[in-house]
Design a protein around this ligand. Structure first.
Ligand SMILES: O=P(O)(O)OC[C@H]1O[C@H](OP(=O)(O)OP(=O)(O)O)[C@H](O)[C@@H]1O
Ligand SMILES: Nc1nc2[nH]cnc2c(=O)[nH]1
Ligand SMILES: [Mg+2]
Length: 160
């Protein structure tokens, strides 16, 4: 069960690009990889950035769905990656691990693949081989594709 999310961690496009490139630097030493399995939808942008940096052009998708807004529902596997073996030599890329339920399912499908995420929360961290930034379990990460700039009220107007 996902913990109540009391803190928010908004991530800009620039920050996501920089942190995904940092992930690519870590993965460089661990490859070469035959291809990438991008985990839809959150893993698509990080996977594209890693693929560009490591010059990987063979991309598969694993399509999983678990959350509606910030609510965790049952995990649905819409499509598995089409790989010949158990993922040996392949790199799985997702945006984050939270409870680790999505990661567990991916690991069961592709036990020999290397699993990488940009962000990790403590409960899911043991299931990831490589990640860059850890945030606390009670933090909700907002990705740039889930945000838009809005006018903000001057601080003085927020006083009760
Ligand atoms: O460790 P967990 O608790 O399983 O959570 C992590 C998963 O949750 C999010 O996906 P989501 O199901 O929201 O789908 P999306 O990628 O299409 O947004 C995120 O992209 C991870 O794949
Ligand atoms: N955007 C987003 N999706 C999630 N899915 C599970 N945890 C998170 C999170 O912190 N942010
Ligand atoms: Mg996802």
């Amino acid at each position: 069960m996902a913990e109540a999310q009391v803190k928010s961690f908004p991530v800009s496009w620039e920050e996501l690009h920089r942190t995904s490139k940092a992930l690519a630097w870590r993965l460089l030493e661990l490859g070469p990889f035959e291809g990438i399995v991008a985990v839809t939808r959150g893993g698509l942008v990080p996977a594209a950035i890693v693929a560009r940096e490591l010059e990987i052009r063979l991309i598969e998708t694993a399509c999983l769905s678990s959350y509606h807004g910030q609510e965790q529902g049952g995990l649905t596997v819409l499509k598995e990656a089409t790989l010949a073996d158990k993922g040996k030599g392949w790199l799985i890329v997702d945006d984050l691990v939270d409870t680790g339920e999505t990661a567990k399912s991916l690991r069961a499908m592709m036990p020999d693949a290397h699993f990488a995420t940009v962000y990790a929360k403590p409960a899911g961290r043991p299931l990831v081989d490589t990640f860059v930034t850890e945030v606390s379990q009670d933090t909700w990460i907002f990705f740039p594709w889930d945000m838009e700039p809005q006018p903000s009220t001057p601080i003085i107007g927020l006083r009760g």
